[in-house]
Design a protein around this ligand. Structure first.
Ligand code: DUC
Ligand code: ZN
Ligand code: ZN
Ligand code: ZN
Length: 472
């Protein structure tokens, strides 16, 4: 089965040029000058499928390094299954996700991972990998880490937030980082001071500040900056490479920039919600509506300038990757658990479908370059999580995960418009994008084309990842 994509502009992290792409079965076999006879044949005539990409961008499929399908959280479970969530991802031009297996106290990490394999196997529309959350740092968990690395799970996440749920104390963090450092595995960190936050939450509720907005004000930026600094120091001591997830505060970014300037392997991830949405908008939302933007880290104040600073740090290279932290909950029966008490609102925003579009809007708005768009959404996540050059690049030998993106198209986001996630609302309702995902190929198969879905549950395969290829 040969597919020939011609006439488009291939965009990579390093540049853009008019190039044709030849695919054989699941793999890109050639990237050629237009009209090239290098392969001695009329490529268009010989192909089984010909895609005309004239006037469009041809980019590597998106790699979303941070999703939570079916995450058990806050007495409920994230509303997208691996089937619905990966389908929505495909609609939005994402062809690989890395999701989180969650170890509960008393469980073996190997058993947790087996459970997550069971949830995903045979159900995904696109390829997927796993990170392992270590919810119970003990001798056995630490020993289990090396086994997981050999099975292609090469990154481990800890939480400095959520005491009593996922939380690790500093001694546990130190020990896990020592193990990660020895293995060369990546340590991912949810950096918020959960112990202090719990006091602020209790005090807010006691004052009668119970609406969704107070979720954000009880998790102020100082809590993120402090935890980020602490994580950086522990990582430096242990030699573990550190990837700080969902950075939302500019002060936390400043800590990361300092560490990077010192040559430390510290990386920042941010998410579209922290680039576009703000605490002020959450305050202005009527009734309980603000609950749709309850996530942790929280949205930050626009008046304080966090959003503009995060865009700037994407430009400077200090934000390494943009992921979604896709963690969808419906309003009905889920977010509504927190009516009258914001601390009972399950934390999370659904967005796996919209990341490529939302970041492309940043290109249109002059905030980032076309190449940086591809770099932070596709190429660097693939390198960061040990999947390059199989993923994240249009190059011979790579998996044929390709998106044809129309820069003159248009996408209206919201319920009844562009929305395939299993949610009863959209955190992105009303967003209008000056671009459009036209065609999506996953390992050579067209799974989205011209507004029609051709994907299949079970097409997606587990990716055994190597160690990070993005270390300084
Ligand atoms: N933050 C969220 O918003 N949801 C899930 C877990 C997390 O850390
Ligand atoms: Zn988190
Ligand atoms: Zn997360
Ligand atoms: Zn279009």
């Amino acid at each position: 089965m040969r597919t020939f994509i011609h006439g488009g502009t291939v965009v990579s992290a390093t540049g853009s040029q008019l190039l044709d792409v030849l695919i054989d079965d699941e793999t890109i076999v050639a990237v050629l000058q237009p009209g090239s006879t290098a392969l001695g044949a009329d490529l268009a005539a010989d192909a089984d499928t010909v895609i005309d990409a004239t006037g469009k961008y041809v980019i590597p499929g998106g790699v979303d390094g941070h999703t939570h399908m079916q995450l058990p959280f806050g007495g409920t479970e994230a509303s997208d299954t691996f089937e619905t969530g990966t389908r929505a991802a495909a609609w939005g031009g994402t062809t690989t996700i890395v999701d989180f297996a969650v170890q509960k106290p008393g469980e073996r990490v190997q058993d947790t991972l087996a459970q997550w394999h069971g949830k995903a196997a045979g159900r995904c529309a696109i390829d997927y990998g796993f990170h392992q959350i270590i919810g119970d740092v003990n001798d056995e968990s630490l020993k289990g880490m090396s086994e997981l690395v050999s099975e292609g799970v090469t990154s481990f996440k800890l939480f400095m937030a959520y005491p009593g749920v996922f939380y690790s104390d500093d001694g546990q963090i130190l020990r896990a980082m020592q193990s990660a450092g020895e293995l060369g595995a990546l340590m991912m960190m949810h950096a918020e001071n959960g112990i202090a936050i719990d006091v602020l939450v209790e005090q807010a509720l006691a004052r009668g500040d119970t609406s969704p907005y107070f979720h954000g004000t009880s998790r102020p930026w100082q809590m993120e900056e402090e935890a980020t600094h602490r994580a950086i120091m522990l990582a430096q001591l242990t030699g573990a490479p550190l990837y700080v997830v969902h950075v939302s505060a500019k002060q936390a970014m400043a800590q990361i920039v300092t560490a990077r300037d010192n040559g430390q392997n510290v990386f920042a991830e941010t998410c579209p919600q922290y680039l576009y949405l703000s605490l002020e908008e959450q305050l202005g939302a009527p009734g309980f509506e603000g609950a749709k933007w309850v996530c942790s880290t929280p949205l930050r104040s626009r008046a304080e300038g966090h959003q503009d600073e995060l865009w700037r740090f994407i430009r400077t290279g200090d934000v390494t990757a943009v992921s979604t932290d896709h963690c969808p909950f419906c309003m009905k029966d889920q977010k509504e658990l927190g009516v009258g008490d914001f601390s009972k609102i399950p934390n999370g925003i659904g967005g796996v479908e919209h990341r490529m579009d939302l970041l492309f809007q940043g290109v249109k708005d002059g905030r980032i370059s076309l190449e940086r768009w591809v770099e932070v959404c596709c190429t660097t996540p693939a390198r960061m999580f040990g999947m390059y050059p199989r993923k994240g690049v249009i190059s011979p030998g790579a998996d044929a995960d390709v998106v044809i993106y129309d820069p003159h198209g248009h996408t209206s986001i919201g319920l009844g418009k562009t929305h395939h996630m299993n949610m009863d609302h959209s955190a992105w309702e009303g967003f209008e994008i000056d671009g459009h995902v036209d065609t999506v190929l996953s390992r050579g198969r067209v799974i989205v084309d011209d507004g029609a879905y051709h994907g299949r549950a079970g097409h997606g395969r587990f990716i055994r990842r190597g160690l990070s290829q993005n270390l300084l």
